[in-house]
Ligand binder design. Structure first.
Ligand code: ADE
Ligand code: ZN
Length: 327
């Protein structure tokens, strides 16, 4: 199926083989002997467990070419799975905090987006995330960088350790980002309570909720998400890996669809969680016995919930409907 991917951290696509290769290329010492040892370390009890390895892993990324290699490999893989459009998170603070310049990161990523569009016809946009475990002042510094390169960054997001870092902590920087024309989104309700989802909507004025699982604990919130058709980017294999939902047979995706939520399927950090977007579709189909109609709705929703310009969105939906009719 043609589809868009809307919840994907580019640093989470760093495969163990590339991590080893870049560690050698840049003379970075990793606490792993080889790619198998990296893979063996991927057992997580919580979001924080994963984030500790995620930040260690990305320490091998140093040069513009490294960021190009990382993003181009993802886009090639995504295109091979018939992803025709991707809205990609990146975490500039995880790089600037260790002395890599914002411009090195952004130029490598945009080089890859340009080449992938030429080579595979895949379109992509960048969503710059603020790390929520850091103070809001640091996010303001990062926003200043983004304001110099507005043509390359479409949206701002909020990620990293959720518990104890509510959206309200970033109220002012999101207001400033919106004033500059960046579209707001935020991770909310992955581990954090439903009140964080409320805050993301009310204070940050998000146009999508990333994860949103715990919104289901609050029926008033669910009714609002349905009424306002606020898209929710669900990441099944991530939810299983991070113990948000250890058994996919109990995953709420089918209920979310039945409730009328505009939900999409995404891979989050595919190299860490065992699969790209198609593997996520296959896993939920198998675990939840999704019907063909449900699968088609999930894929179609990815275009509806995308930030594609209206004309491109209409064209993508027409192409999807033509595919669907044949299928
Ligand atoms: N950064 C990368 N993946 C993340 C996730 N699933 N939640 C929060 N922050 C992240
Ligand atoms: Zn995420």
């Amino acid at each position: 199926m043609p589809k868009a991917e809307l919840h994907l951290h580019i640093e989470g696509t760093l495969e163990p083989e590339m991590m080893m290769a870049l560690a050698n290329r840049n003379g970075v010492a990793l606490p792993y002997a080889d790619a198998e040892a990296i893979q063996a370390a991927y057992r997580f009890n919580s979001l924080q467990d994963f984030l500790d390895l995620y930040y260690t892993g990305m320490s091998v990324l140093h040069t513009r070419r490294d960021f190009f290699d990382l993003a181009f490999a993802y886009l090639e893989k995504a295109a091979s799975q018939n992803v025709t459009h991707a809205e990609i998170f990146f975490d500039p603070q995880a790089h600037t905090e260790r002395g890599i310049s914002f411009d090195t990161v952004l130029s490598g990523l945009t080089d890859a987006l340009d080449k992938a569009r030429r080579d595979f016809g895949i379109t992509a946009r960048l969503i710059m995330c603020f790390l929520r475990h850091l103070p809001e002042e640091h996010a303001f510094d990062t926003l200043e960088h983004a304001c110099r390169c507005k043509e390359h960054i479409f949206a701002v997001g909020l990620d990293s350790s959720e518990a104890g870092h509510p959206p309200s902590k970033f109220d002012r920087v999101f207001a400033e980002a919106r004033r500059h024309g960046f579209v707001p989104v935020a991770h909310a309700g992955e581990e954090g309570p439903p009140s964080y989802v409320h805050e993301a909507i009310d204070l940050l004025q998000v146009r999508r909720i990333d994860h949103g699982n715990r919104a289901l604990e609050d029926p008033v919130l669910v009714a609002r998400i349905v009424r306002e058709q606020i898209p929710v980017t669900v990441c099944p294999l991530s939810n299983r890996s991070l113990q948000v939902c250890p058994d996919l047979a109990l995953h709420p995706l089918k209920h979310m669809l039945a409730a009328g939520m505009l939900v999409t399927v995404n891979s989050d950090d595919p190299s860490y969680f065992g699969g790209y977007v198609n593997e996520n579709f296959l896993a939920v189909q198998e675990a939840l016995a999704l019907t063909r109609a449900e699968i088609a709705t999930l894929a179609r929703n990815s275009f509806v919930a995308s930030f594609l310009p209206e004309r491109q969105k209409a064209a993508a939906l027409a192409a999807f409907d033509a595919f669907s009719a044949k299928w």
